[in-house]
Design a protein around this ligand. Structure first.
Ligand SMILES: Cc1cc2nc3c(=O)[nH]c(=O)nc-3n(C[C@H](O)[C@H](O)[C@H](O)COP(=O)(O)O)c2cc1C
Length: 145
């Protein structure tokens, strides 16, 4: 049915956990889903060959983490136009990173984005697991029909 790549940047592991659960949601919908640390994305080719791409970063000092920022500059040349997309991240109080990633995927890469970014304080708090699984399902729906 389709293949998704989830790339995360994290300092203490929360954003990775959210990415893993989003991947579960994609798989529940019949998609293949790979999860990669941003350090494993070396060039544009590593982002190619997927039907959906989902990028995540924790927010520190009001911004996304540096390696995610660098990866987004690289992704500009990966030909992601029209691909299904979503963005996510763990945050404490302001959560700018998922918003900025989402806006870049939408406005610069011209991807077919879901309704908005997923921001969670923790994957284990306040229905976080359900929300992250549902986010994966929402991305998979973009590839139906
Ligand atoms: C030094 C520091 C700065 C932070 N700055 C922000 C911030 O500006 N906005 C926010 O929403 N959360 C902020 N946080 C909270 C983190 O985003 C939160 O702990 C998150 O769960 C970390 O995710 P990670 O485990 O994926 O690194 C900050 C945390 C630390 C330690």
């Amino acid at each position: 049915m389709g293949k998704a790549l989830i790339v995360y940047d994290t300092r203490t592991g929360e954003t990775q956990k959210i990415g893993d659960i989003v991947a579960e949601g994609l798989r529940f919908s019949g998609m293949e889903a790979e999860v990669a640390n941003v350090n494993d994305i070396k060039n544009e080719a590593d982002l190619q060959g997927y039907d959906a791409l989902v990028f995540g970063s924790a927010t520190y000092h009001g911004a996304m983490m540096q390696k995610m920022k660098t990866m987004l500059f690289m992704a500009e040349k990966a030909g992601l136009e029209g691909k299904a997309g979503g963005a996510f991240g763990a945050f404490g109080w302001s959560g700018e990173a998922p918003e900025r990633i989402f806006d870049t995927m939408k406005n610069i890469f011209k991807m077919d984005m879901v309704s908005g970014p997923l921001r969670l304080k923790s994957s284990s708090l306040g229905g976080g697991v359900q929300m992250a699984q549902d986010y994966g399902r929402e991305i998979a729906k973009k590839l139906d029909g």
